[in-house]
Design a protein around this ligand. Structure first.
Ligand code: UDP
Length: 329
């Protein structure tokens, strides 16, 4: 029998790509999603169970029905700006919702969880690139909600033996190279989809937030990692958890930084269109540079990014937006 993996947020961007990777690794991914930000069209590799992580009774039903071997937990709110204006929404969903999930796991003897964390748990780090020993000092409620869960997971490990692997993503980007699924956020705030929309004439311009950073071209630098590589890291993390039965945490990026202007240039080259830009002030709390040190993941997860060069990231994202988005492949 295929191992059943409960994937909360399985209809979302990284969740749906991970469901595909799980299916290819001969697991049955059960997507549990409230479809507020997820898309039912993105669930193609296992059942979709509608539900909210705040709904304990529904979670209980799902654990009873599927008895999952492990959980991959993506479901969370992830808009940094909204987390500042409405922190209650973030702490309730991201923190209290995770506790509900962990309690269901305990009740059903499910002892492994892979948790979606973020480089936002580091805030504005002094050391670049950022490895797993960097000081964790998030500067917004979104980052704090993720850090709180990281701490809760440690306590659940120690007290109840629920093992975890925390994966801290840098900038997830790109789309499944075979087509069919990709990045669709409503509202969209991420750089690459916004630049592609402008190149396709779906919006009139892109705003560059900050052109006077102390970087080579004055714009902010991020570490873009292809979503298919992230999905693969989840499968590798699951294998590690099964094999070692110990909790751990990894930063997932490429170690290579790319500026906002470099992204715009790459989209222009692939689309063969000019992207109109408007230069704006920095967004408050946006650090000049966030780049991962992926050495630990490379060594202990047996993981290698395969699609995370800028060309492939932008090319796959562009094809997905151009092709009219979700379809069954
Ligand atoms: N950015 C930008 N214009 C936009 C959206 C983003 O200049 O319309 C910049 C943002 O300030 C950051 C980088 O692009 O330096 C990546 O932003 P994104 O929102 O994609 O991810 P973040 O790093 O904020 O999680």
């Amino acid at each position: 029998m295929k191992p059943t993996i409960l994937v909360t947020g399985g209809a979302g961007y990284i969740g749906s790509h991970t469901c595909k990777a799980l299916r290819e690794a001969d697991c049955l991914p059960v997507a549990y999603d409230n479809l507020i930000y997820g898309h039912k069209e993105a669930v193609q590799w296992g059942p979709l169970e509608w539900g909210d992580i705040l709904d304990e009774a529904r979670l209980e039903q799902i654990f009873q029905a599927y008895q999952p071997e492990a959980v991959i937990h993506f479901a969370a709110f992830a808009y940094v700006g909204e987390s500042v204006t409405d922190p209650g929404k973030y702490y309730r969903n991201n923190v209290a919702g995770t506790i509900n999930l962990l309690e269901s796991m305990r009740r059903h003897g499910c002892r492994g969880i892979i948790f979606s964390s973020t480089c936002a748990v580091f805030g504005e780090p002094k050391m670049m690139p950022i490895d797993e020993t960097a000081v964790q000092n998030p500067i917004n409620p979104y980052g704090r909600s993720k850090l709180m869960v990281e701490r809760i997971l440690r306590d659940y490990d120690e007290a109840y033996g629920v093992r975890h692997i925390v994966l801290r993503y840098f900038n997830a980007a790109g789309a499944e190279p075979g087509g069919g699924i990709g990045e669709k956020h409503v509202p969209e705030t991420h750089l690459i989809p916004l630049v592609i929309d402008a190149a396709l004439g779906k919006r009139d311009k892109v705003e560059i937030f900050g052109t006077d950073y102390a970087t080579a071209d004055g714009t902010a630098i991020r570490d873009y990692i292809h979503v298919t590589d992230l999905a693969d890291a989840h499968v590798k993390a699951l294998k590690k958890l099964r094999r070692d039965d110990t909790s751990d945490h990894f930063n997932l990026g490429t170690g290579i930084g790319t500026s906002v202007r470099q992204i715009i240039q790459r989209v222009e080259a692939i689309s063969r269109n000019t992207v109109p830009v408007r230069e704006r002030q920095k967004r408050p709390g946006d650090p000049p540079e966030l780049v991962a040190d992926p050495c630990k993941a490379l060594q202990y997860l047996d993981w290698r990014p395969r699609f995370s060069d800028l060309e492939t990231i932008v090319e796959t994202a562009f094809r997905w937006h151009e092709s009219g988005e979700f379809r069954v492949t």
